[in-house]
Design a binder for this molecule. Structure first.
Ligand code: PEP
Ligand code: MN
Length: 329
């Protein structure tokens, strides 16, 4: 149940709040927006007595604010670029920022291709502690300098809350990686900032778990969440992950949040990125997150899945020919 009150009169609100708390003890009262979010709350005769106080929206899923019943559509503006609705947003760049030449060459390419968002990791979640961990603060500085030079918006991962201030200073969109989708405390804190969050699906997360992760951010007060399908784990090592194309129309049935796809991690192999990109677009994705590198063989992380610059150019051409909606490329 979401209740949007039409009055700020505490005398009228308090009896309603008292009743809601009895039935739904962990409900949330957002005073600033005069909204009560109360899961598992039926529209019974007691509640009906308060119906003149606002709009009552019954929602039977555990996630409430993320539900399509709460809102038709979320369109997020990032420095003038819309994400969601009938826009198709391309985000591309290396897995990791490695040096100035690499990230500036990538930024120049993106501008040439009409892509408005650059991705790149500076703090990397690596499986092995002996792997390249990213350039940290230097990487963030290089990334935002390259973005500035080529009029791009920055997407980069926030690995830990201790890095929030530093990452938020350089990022236009903060990415929560697959491994952190279950980091509930962090999600709640990201609800308190005013930058959009790109929330990747946990590699073993059910759709409800993923939408509840989004709910943590939304219920913290940040309405700007972009979901990203990046493949889920299966039994078969032949594919790095199984890209769940079917989840794209499913999310659009269940939620108003924009959903983009990451076929780079979804397939783990550059040769399959093009096919899965087109499939995701055809399935209704609001955009793509793609890894590219000036010299994929030399990439310090995820080298197998990085597109060459030529391949990315080709992909953009193909997408433009196949997507009927306005593209941000
Ligand atoms: C990435 O985008 O480079 C990344 C680490 O992604 P994921 O969290 O999906 O594995
Ligand atoms: Mn990667």
């Amino acid at each position: 149940m979401i209740i949007r009150l039409n009055t700020a009169d505490q005398g009228q609100i308090q009896p309603l709040l008292d009743y809601v708390k009895q039935v739904s003890p962990y409900c949330k009262w957002h005073k600033a927006s005069l909204t009560i979010v109360a899961p598992k709350m039926p529209m019974d005769k007691h509640l009906m007595a308060f119906s003149h106080l606002g709009e009552f929206i019954e929602i039977d899923t555990p996630y409430q604010l993320a539900s399509i019943k709460a809102k038709n559509e979320t369109i997020i503006e990032v420095k003038g670029e819309p994400i969601g609705g009938n826009h198709f947003s391309m985000m591309a760049g290396p897995c990791s920022v490695e040096d100035e030449d690499q990230i500036f060459a990538t930024a120049a390419l993106l501008q040439r291709l009409g892509i408005k968002f650059i991705r790149g990791g500076a703090y990397k979640p690596r499986t092995s502690p002996y792997a390249f961990m990213g350039l940290g603060k230097k990487g963030l500085q290089m990334l935002s300098a390259a973005a500035k030079a080529y009029d791009l918006r920055v997407v980069t991962e926030i690995m830990d809350l201790s890095l929030l201030e530093e990452v938020a200073e350089h990022a236009d969109i903060l990415q929560v990686g697959s491994r952190n989708m279950h980091n509930f405390y962090m999600l709640g804190e990201l609800g308190k900032i005013n930058k959009p969050i790109l929330l990747k699906r946990g590699m073993q997360a059910k759709v409800t778990e993923w939408l509840l992760a989004a709910e943590y951010i939304l219920s913290g007060g940040n309405p700007n969440v972009i979901l990203c399908e990046r493949g889920i784990r299966s039994f078969d090592p032949e594919t790095r992950n199984v890209m769940d194309i079917g989840v794209i129309p499913l999310i659009k049935e269940l939620s108003h949040l924009p959903i983009i796809a990451d076929p780079s991690h979804g397939t783990g192999k550059a040769s399959r990125v093009q096919a899965l990109s087109l499939a995701a677009a055809a399935a209704g994705a609001h955009g793509l997150l793609i890894e590219t590198h000036p010299n994929p063989e030399k990439a310090l992380s995820d080298s197998q899945q990085a597109l060459t610059f030529e391949e990315l150019g080709l992909l953009v051409t193909q997408l433009k020919a196949s997507i009927p909606t306005p593209m941000s490329v």
